[in-house]
Design a protein around this ligand. Structure first.
Ligand SMILES: [Zn+2]
Length: 93
């Protein structure tokens, strides 16, 4: 079963067999997208480019990626969440 992943380090969408956490190219943390394989393969080049564009924004990526517990507690995920919460004045420590 193929799943669609995005690597923020490569700025690239990877189609990978199974739920992968690390990029096969750079070994960085991947985000798995909600877009399923069939949907992705039906997209044309411009739609794929648009999807990759969305993924490059952490806020958009948060909306279109699935959230696994492992990813949720990763350093990368926390940093992403913190960057999203930067507008908030609530500074819990
Ligand atoms: Zn990568």
């Amino acid at each position: 079963m193929m799943y669609i992943h995005y690597c923020p380090a490569c700025h690239k969408i990877h189609m990978l067999n199974g739920h992968k956490q690390f990029c096969p190219r750079c070994e960085g943390q991947l985000a798995e997208l909600k877009v399923d394989y069939m949907t992705y393969t039906a997209m044309d080049a411009s739609e794929r480019a648009e999807l990759a564009q969305h993924c490059s924004h952490p806020e958009e990526l948060g909306k279109i990626s699935t959230t696994y517990r492992m990813i949720k507690y990763s350093k990368w995920y926390k940093e992403m969440q913190q960057s999203l919460n930067n507008n908030s004045t609530d500074n819990r420590s």
